[in-house]
Design a protein around this ligand. Sequence first.
Ligand SMILES: Cc1cc2nc3c(=O)[nH]c(=O)nc-3n(C[C@H](O)[C@H](O)[C@H](O)COP(=O)(O)OP(=O)(O)OC[C@H]3O[C@@H](n4cnc5c(N)ncnc54)[C@H](O)[C@@H]3O)c2cc1C
Length: 293
Amino acid sequence: MAEQTVKKVVIAGGGTSGWCTAAALSHQLGSLVDITLIESEEIGTVGVGEATFPTILAFHKILGLDEREFLGVTRGSIKLGILFDNWARLGDRYIHSFGVIGKGTWLGDFHHLWLAAQAAGFGDEIGDYCFEHKAARERKFFTSPESRINYAYHFDATLYARYLRARSEAKGVKRVEGKIGKVVQHPESGFIEAVIMESGQRVEGDLFIDCTGFRGLLIEQTLMPATTTGRNGCATTARWRCRPTIHSTTSRRTRARLRTRPGGSGKFRCSTGRAPGTSTRAPIPTTKKPARC
Ligand SMILES: Cc1cc2nc3c(=O)[nH]c(=O)nc-3n(C[C@H](O)[C@H](O)[C@H](O)COP(=O)(O)OP(=O)(O)OC[C@H]3O[C@@H](n4cnc5c(N)ncnc54)[C@H](O)[C@@H]3O)c2cc1C
């Protein structure tokens, strides 16, 4: 069976999700795909301070970002964990550090050993067994290319999107300014074929990625109005819907099931409640259930 090759990618939305997606695709795929990002200055972005987890280091490594430059441009700072004030009770403070606490043995994980030590009347505070925890408490930080310290960043989301936009455009991503007024679907399969801007411009694509934030313009408003009863908690992350190809590795039973679905090759919903790139892939439910993270 002939495979559908994605040549033209359209990213709807230019907030943190949109420009992260554009930066990753343009960096990884280069001229193999033609990428267009649509955003509206009139609508704007959420654009608040973005607190991140250490996984962002891996993302930046993929993009080949220079940490010093990134921190300067986005007015970012480094964090070794998250401090929760008044956590268990008023006056209580708890640091969820990004480091590993202690070292487990074949006897069990470290916290079991620590609890046993506490019961026996010795052992320090549990955070003392974590390098990042101690460093955070003492407000110390150092890193180098060889460092294995677990950390993350806090930065200005608007500046971050602007920074990734400059990098993406340098790699050939085209930006279309304006509001999407209409989404065009294939009359039989329901797949998105194009979006029409309020200006009348038609933007066609093989793969559409929904990064329109809380609006969920392509997924919730267009593709899933019947299966979604309202906004869910994962509304602001990137989601996409694509035409799947039935690969030869797909089992015969699954292939037969896909072919019997409307549109011939079957519909799949690809969505994520985490971050661009970490997706779960599941058939569209036939019963009308609310979407879940
Ligand atoms: C107070 C607050 C604090 C937060 N703190 C954190 C945090 O610490 N850490 C964290 O990870 N997240 C945090 N978040 C969430 C985070 O800010 C958002 O998840 C993220 O910035 C949203 O980015 P986005 O790209 O998905 O959406 P948005 O920033 O909303 O971008 C949507 C894009 O879609 C475009 N668009 C929408 N409709 C159309 C249309 N019809 N035509 C054309 N373009 C359109 C808009 O122009 C915009 O470019 C916080 C959110 C808030 C409100």
